[in-house]
Design a protein around this ligand. Structure first.
Ligand SMILES: C=C(O[C@H]1C=CC=C(C(=O)O)[C@@H]1O)C(=O)O
Length: 459
């Protein structure tokens, strides 16, 4: 049985009078990835994919009803918030199972000028999809969004209905595809020498009290025999990393995707949930070894220090934006397939006027990805890391018109551009860091994406 809701809303965005038409139907049995793949021909470069860690929410977007981009200014969080508010001001959506979603991400550092694979990418990139699929618990909804200046759009909307039905049909009837892993022809460790020098330099500066903690990252470049497709690599990370948040965001030739264990912030009905994830150790080969390594991590002063900086900073932000909040006294372990982390969940009740994008703005970058003090750490990253992180380590996620949403920290991620992929990984440097140990930690952090992309990992 298909249900329909039709909403039309008049809105004004940047003094353009726009109408926002929405129609949602409930559909039976539909694989979100098959829906994503159904857009391979016509919507490539204009798609997104999201699945939360609990697997209770999957969102797919095909096509673009509207795009919000912003290049390089410091108001980027407020600007996106304002545009989204203008667009959804008149929409009354409460209690609806499926709402229009704004999906996208912010780059790590708009002041980074290093050239590379991110040259064309804006500093904020958000879209409302033309065709949006939401799978919540066991129900699946597909919405059409049309945002237009035209007054009479009935014919156009009918065309979109036909297109929606075609996409649903394609996703339902095609046999569920199992994709092969891509075939790699080369793996190149970019700027490896520079990475060692950067860690050494930054450790020395921290010892001289120039900063307390700085996260230094590096990158691998993979070349493939044949160009992998977006559904193919998303399929691989879904299989390889089921316990993480999964995301994929396309813009023209670039797909940024990953499987991160780290939530930046989730807001549901004015309650906010964040998590401090910093401090790492590998998984053991046996349950006993794993337990011993976990205990070692929980008692390791270097990792506890790295972690504590993140806790203090997230607590400060919650203090500013929440009526009440709760921070556990000690971290616990977050165990994922290749690695264990120190983990402290933080939650609070937001003040009435506080929003998810304000939280993102104040939290990003936490000392799990930037450092302490923040500006000094960012300066050192720009100076010594010598790469552009692009969306790696930035906030990526979604929000709805009621202010609910979720953003993760885009680590364990890669940018796929044509027949190349760029993988990123880093680690927190403190006074007692050792370059070789840090390097080995990045190898462990590369492992999930490398494995998903068909690479070998040699211990
Ligand atoms: C910077 C990364 O991880 C961060 C998140 C968790 C643990 C981290 C650590 O132990 O250093 C890092 O702060 C990365 O995965 O690229």
């Amino acid at each position: 049985m298909q249900q329909k809701w039709l909403k039309t809303t008049e809105v004004e965005v940047a003094s353009n009078k726009l109408s926002f038409y929405i129609e949602t139907i409930e559909v039976n049995q539909l694989s979100p990835l098959a829906f994503f793949a159904a857009g391979e021909k016509d919507y490539k470069g204009k798609r997104f994919f999201w699945q939360n860690r609990e697997k209770t929410l999957t969102i797919v977007g095909l096509g673009q009803a509207i795009v919000f981009e912003n290049r390089g200014n410091h108001q980027r969080f407020d600007e996106i918030e304002q545009k989204w508010k203008e667009l959804t001001r008149n929409i009354v959506m409460e209690e609806q199972e499926s709402q229009p979603i704004l999906f996208g991400g912010f780059t790590f550092d708009p002041d980074n000028r290093e050239l590379g694979e991110w040259d064309e990418f804006p500093q904020s990139y958000f879209t409302v999809a033309t065709f949006q699929l939401i799978k919540k618990h066991e129900k699946t909804y597909v919405s059409i969004h049309l945002i237009t200046e035209q007054q009479n759009s009935a014919a156009l909307f009918d065309e979109l209905r036909d297109e929606r039905d075609r996409l649903i049909h394609a996703a339902q009837v095609k046999e569920l595809k199992t994709y092969e892993k891509p075939e790699i022809c080369s793996i190149h460790e970019r700027n490896k020498d520079n990475y060692f020098q950067a860690v050494e330099k930054v450790t020395n500066l921290i010892r001289q009290k120039e900063a307390d903690k700085v996260v230094i990252a590096r990158s691998l470049e993979l070349a493939f025999k044949n160009q992998p497709s977006s559904p193919q690599v998303i399929y691989q990370i879904m299989n390889e990393q089921p316990e993480s948040f999964l995301f994929g965001l396309e813009r023209d030739h670039l797909l940024f995707f990953g499987a991160t264990p780290e939530r930046l912030v989730k807001v549901k009905k004015q309650y906010a949930y964040s998590a401090c994830v910093a401090g790492s150790i590998k998984r053991g080969k046996t349950a006993e070894e794993d337990k011993r390594l976990g205990e070692q991590l929980l008692n390791d002063s270097k990792n506890l220090k790295e972690h504590q900086y993140v806790v203090e900073m997230i607590e400060k932000t919650f203090k500013k934006l929440c009526e009440e909040y709760r921070v556990p006294k000690r971290p616990k372990l977050l165990k994922i397939r290749d690695i264990q982390h120190l983990y402290t969940p933080v939650e609070g009740k937001l003040y009435n006027d506080a929003t998810i994008l304000q939280l993102v703005k104040y939290l990003h970058p936490t000392p799990a990805l930037g450092g302490v003090p923040r500006n000094k750490a960012l300066e050192m990253i720009r100076k010594y890391e010598k790469m552009n992180r692009g969306l790696y380590a930035g906030p990526i996620g979604w929000m709805d018109a009621d202010g609910n949403g979720e953003f993760v920290v885009a680590i364990r991620s890669a940018a796929l551009i044509d027949d190349k992929a760029y993988l990123y990984a880093g680690g927190g440097i403190v006074a007692d860091s050792n370059p070789m140990t840090e390097y080995e930690e990045t190898l462990v952090k590369f492992r999930p994406m490398l494995r998903a992309l068909g690479g070998q990992f040699n211990e």
